[in-house]
Structures are given as structure tokens and as C-alpha cells.
Design a protein around this ligand. Structure first.
Ligand code: PLP
Length: 404
């Protein structure tokens, strides 16, 4: 037994976290990190949202007791309202929700529950996607299939690829969809494309897992960013023969609460089916995995969403973040087009925190080795890492490594 443990090979480091520690160790004065999907202000510093700061002041006397297994009921109701809007009203029994340890555990609990209960043949995840989708689903033993999400030639969503792949799925299979501001590509489906995918999923009786990690970052409007989730939910609630769907909701990015681990998981079942039993099973998973979710982050979110003044301030904070990102996209495009005489319009038209630049692995390595600029090997940059102090340097470096 002991020998088995001693013989375990050291696994390779997580790519993003490995790069972040390389960046920390780099002493170059001009180093730039475009790695993590964490918002940075115009000085390159982490930003505590003013709405969050105000809520924290009001929570000074908050106690440190355990929450229940499902989390805070007030938080859950507000989280539900934020993602489903009016679509959820009157469907209390059909939507079973729990608080989670941010978006990651919402995805993981959904996967654990669905692998056990639905026993799908396959789960379809986008290619490319957030790196954890694959590992979370692989850990459940369900076969992971990838559907082509992005066309590198058009730099748009690969709609034909999505439809062809999902048409191969069998009833009961699972499809993971990102609700908005797709990570890593920054391109989303249009409403008419979402409608086509929703119809196909219903026709083929596929169970959809929405991953919503960037509500408020795509359009800057929380309702607009929830459009796809609400459209699919309306369909589930309108039919009796619909397999249902899940939403894994994260508050890391839209509240800047990365370390507090705030999230929720919602299970939506057709109108003739109560979600109470299924919710009980989700709670049983929580009980054995971490017993109950963290209190403080959820208290902040419920304070902000439950107070009219703080909520207005929060929406303003979201606009501050998304506007700064848009400005950086525009400046990056202009700078690159001026220096390279090539078309970089995609960095401006893409949305959310990330831009899929199209830089090759070799170009990404040169950016790190020669210019101390760090980004993922896929060429994804976190636009939040750009600011007036480093953008010219980044433009110059990219134009140097893309010279033919
Ligand atoms: N889903 C997507 C698409 C993400 O990009 C991320 C984080 O980057 C997450 C989920 C999970 O984030 P967290 O666990 O911090 O909520």
C-alpha cells in the first residue's frame, strides 16, 4: 500500500496556475500577465467592487455559523431570480436549487448527479472550452465527446459543426453549453442560433448543462446575458416530455469574489415533475463532499442583490468593468492594425473577459521568453490584464512575434 503511494508519478502542473507562478517569479520590470480571468483595474490591480465594499461594511457583525446543507435560502432565491428572471416565477417546484462552492463545484455536483441518475452514454463539451469541463466530466466516468464550437478560419461560432455533432447525440446524452461570454473564444451564439440549438436539444432529448460564469460581462446587462438560459428554461417548463436542464452559476467574476467561492446549481424539470426529490440528492452529494457551503461570500451577494441601492451600484460596477474591457479591446485592435497592417477586428468584436487572438503556440512562447508577456498556449488573452500603462508594450511585442 505504502509502496503504491510512493511510486505515484508527479502530475504535470496545471497550465494556467503554473504560468501564474512563473509570472510571479519573473523579475522583469515590464512583465505583463494576460493569463487569468480575473478583473484588474486601470492600474493593473485587483478591484473590490464598490457595491461589495459597501455590503461588507454592513456585514461587520455577521456571525460565523454553519449554513444549512443547501446554503442560504435568501441567497438561493436571489441567485435564481438573477439567472431565470420572470421565467422562474410560478415554477417553484420545478426548479431545485442549492448554493455551491462557486461555479466549479456547481459543475462538479451537476456532473456527479447526472452521471449517476441519467447514466448518459456521452457528454458533449465545446471544443475549445474551460479546461475543467473535460476533467470534471472525465472524473465521473461518462465518455466525453467534443463538439466543434469555433471556426479559426472565420473566427466565428462553428454553427454547422455544433448542429452536426449534436445531431449525432443520443437521447439522454448531455450537452454542456456556456451561457454567455464563452471562455476561451469570446464568441457567443446569436439568439437565432440559440433557438436552433434549443430545438435540436429538445428534438433529440438531450439534457443541457448551462455553465454561467460571466453573467453581466457579455452585454454588460444581466438580463441580456441570461437570454439563452431563459429561452431553454421556457422550453423545459412548457413541455411534459422534456429531459430538463441544469445551470451552474458562478459569482466569482461578476462580483469580483474569486476567493469567496460563491455559486449555485439549479436543476429545472418539466412542468409535471417536482424537483424536490432531485434537490434532496444534490444535497446528499454536498453533505458527503463538503457538508455545507461557505457563508461570507453568499452573504455579500445576497446583501447586494437584495438591496435596491446596492443592486443599482452593482450594475454600475458591472458597466465599469465591461466598459474598461471594451476600451482595451478597441485600443488593442487599433494598435495592432497600425503596426502590423493586418486585420485584428476579432479582438474588438469578441466579448467578455477573453480574446482568442489567433496567436500560435510558438508566438506565445516568444512573447514570454523575449517580452515577459504571459498568456495561455491557446493564444487566449485575458483582456483585463491590459491597461494604459502596458498596452503599447503588448502591441509592439505582438507585432514583433507576428512579423513573417
Ligand atoms: N465556468 C467557466 C466557463 C469558467 O471560465 C470558470 C472560471 O474561469 C468557471 C466556470 C468557474 O469559476 P469559479 O469556480 O471561480 O466560479
Amino acid at each position: 500500500m505504502e509502496t503504491h503511494l510512493l511510486e505515484l508519478p508527479i502530475p504535470s502542473e496545471d497550465i494556467a496556475f503554473g504560468l501564474m507562478s512563473d509570472f510571479e517569479a519573473d523579475t522583469h520590470p515590464n512583465k505583463v500577465s494576460l493569463i487569468a480571468g480575473t478583473y484588474r483595474d486601470e492600474n493593473g490591480k485587483p478591484w473590490i467592487l464598490p457595491s461589495v465594499k459597501m455590503a461588507k461594511e454592513q456585514l461587520r457583525d455577521e456571525n460565523h455559523e454553519y449554513l444549512g446543507i443547501a446554503g442560504s435560502p435568501t441567497f438561493i432565491n436571489l441567485a435564481k431570480e438573477l439567472i431565470f428572471g420572470p421565467v422562474a416565477s410560478g415554477s417553484q417546484d420545478n426548479i431545485g436549487s442549492i448554493q455551491t462552492v462557486s461555479g466549479t463545484s456547481a459543475n462538479h455536483i451537476a456532473a456527479t448527479f447526472l452521471a449517476d441518475r441519467l447514466r448518459p452514454n456521452r457528454v458533449f463539451i465545446p471544443s475549445p472550452t474551460w479546461i475543467n469541463h473535460k476533467s470534471i466530466w472525465e472524473s465521473t466516468g461518462v465518455t466525453v465527446a467534443e463538439y466543434p464550437y469555433y471556426s479559426s478560419s472565420t473566427k466565428e461560432v462553428d454553427m454547422a459543426g455544433i448542429m452536426d455533432s449534436l445531431d449525432q447525440a443520443e437521447p439522454n446524452d448531455i450537452v454542456v453549453l456556456q451561457a454567455c461570454a464563452h471562455n476561451p473564444t469570446g464568441v457567443d451564439l446569436s439568439t437565432s442560433q440559440w433557438r436552433q440549438v434549443a430545438d435540436l436539444c429538445h428534438r433529440r432529448m438531450l439534457f443541457v448543462v448551462f455553465d454561467s460564469a460571466y453573467q453581466g460581462f457579455a452585454t454588460g446587462d444581466v438580463d441580456g446575458d441570461a437570454w439563452a438560459v431563459r429561452h431553454f428554461t421556457e422550453k423545459v417548463l412548457a413541455f411534459e416530455n422534456h429531459p430538463g436542464l441544469c445551470v451552474a452559476q458562478s459569482f466569482s467574476k461578476n462580483f469580483g469574489l474569486y476567493g469567496e467561492r460563491v455559486g449555485a446549481l439549479h436543476l429545472v424539470l418539466p412542468r409535471n415533475v417536482s424537483a424536490l426529490g432531485a434537490r434532496g440528492e444534490l444535497m446528499a452529494i454536498v453533505r458527503r463532499e463538503y457538508s455545507n457551503p461557505p457563508r461570507f461570500g453568499a452573504s455579500i451577494v445576497q446583501k447586494v442583490l437584495g438591496d435596491c441601492g446596492l443592486r443599482v451600484q452593482w450594475e454600475d460596477d458591472l458597466s465599469t468593468m465591461s466598459l474598461r474591457i471594451k476600451i482595451m479591446r478597441c485600443e488593442l485592435r487599433r494598435g495592432l492594425e497600425k503596426e502590423t497592417q493586418q486585420d485584428w477586428s476579432h479582438v474588438e468584436t469578441q466579448i467578455g473577459m477573453f480574446s482568442y487572438t489567433g496567436l500560435t503556440k510558438e508566438q506565445v512562447s516568444r512573447l514570454r521568453d523575449e517580452f515577459h508577456i504571459y498568456l495561455l498556449p491557446s493564444g487566449r488573452i485575458s483582456v483585463c490584464g491590459l491597461n494604459e500603462g502596458n498596452i503599447q508594450y503588448v502591441v509592439h511585442a505582438i507585432s514583433e512575434v507576428t512579423k513573417s
